[in-house]
Design a protein around this ligand. Structure first.
Ligand SMILES: CC(C)(COP(=O)(O)OP(=O)(O)OC[C@H]1O[C@@H](n2cnc3c(N)ncnc32)[C@H](O)[C@@H]1OP(=O)(O)O)[C@@H](O)C(=O)NCCC(=O)NCCS
Length: 197
């Protein structure tokens, strides 16, 4: 099995994967003033935050992909805004236009709060290095995340997709997600069919 639970030793690999896939699925190196900021918003906090999980795809040579997320988006948003972002914000300055957008999002205390969190309280981020794509790892990671959420009694997942990311827009419906009506095709949900625990 190539999926394992991430440890702190995977932090740098997870940040690197995030950077190399973070521009609508393509390499985001140079898009931001420093190349660590994207992971500080979208990837590494899930190694530390409340009710979080982090799975990696590793065929024996280190993590080449991940699915990270939280089972409780509202609790995660509060922790992100009150604890996580203040602990890293001073290391990130606005240098590029990309920084401006990203740092505005990072400081938005309502960024992750959507009415979807009632039925679909979890959210995830999934990214694989190019060499690991197109071989079933994405599907396997999503199924592992859904199994984990179901085992914790979490009823569903929601996630957002950059409308420019054609690969991701094609992927999610193939792995059980439905487009949220009126979301411009950019939000997806999947129920886990968990029984209440
Ligand atoms: C999107 C991503 C997670 C998909 O993972 P993957 O391992 O490449 O996908 P899989 O091989 O498991 O494919 C599962 C299904 O999705 C389809 N699919 C995956 N990527 C696709 C693409 N780019 N275009 C069309 N279909 C795609 C596959 O054809 C397959 O369908 P099938 O069951 O009918 O054969 C991965 O390609 C990736 O990390 N991309 C770059 C980062 C990214 O965009 N992350 C998502 C951000 S929202």
């Amino acid at each position: 099995m190539s999926i394992r639970v991430a440890t702190d030793a995977d932090r740098d690999a997870i940040a690197r994967i995030c950077r190399l896939t973070g521009a609508a699925g393509q390499d985001a190196t140079g898009v931001y003033g420093d190349d660590t900021v994207l992971a500080d918003v979208y990837a590494t906090p899930y190694l530390d935050g409340p009710d979080c999980f982090a799975l990696v795809w590793d065929q024996g040579h280190g993590a080449v992909g991940y699915c990270v997320g939280t089972m409780d988006t509202e609790a995660f948003q509060a922790w992100f805004s009150d604890t996580w972002w203040p602990s890293v914000a001073s290391t990130h300055a606005i240098v590029t236009e990309g920084d401006e957008r990203l740092l505005r999002a990072a400081t938005d205390r309502s960024r992750m709060l959507t009415p979807l969190t009632g039925e679909y309280p979890a959210h995830v981020h999934i990214d694989l290095l190019p060499e690991a794509q197109g071989r079933g790892a994405g599907r396997a990671l999503i199924e592992a995340a859904v199994d984990l959420l179901r085992s914790h009694g979490v009823s569903g997942i929601h996630l957002g997709v950059d409308p420019a990311n054609e690969g991701a827009l094609a992927f999610y419906p193939k792995v059980g997600f439905s487009v949220v009506p009126d979301s411009g095709g950019a939000m997806f949900t999947r129920a886990t069919e968990a029984s209440a625990v």
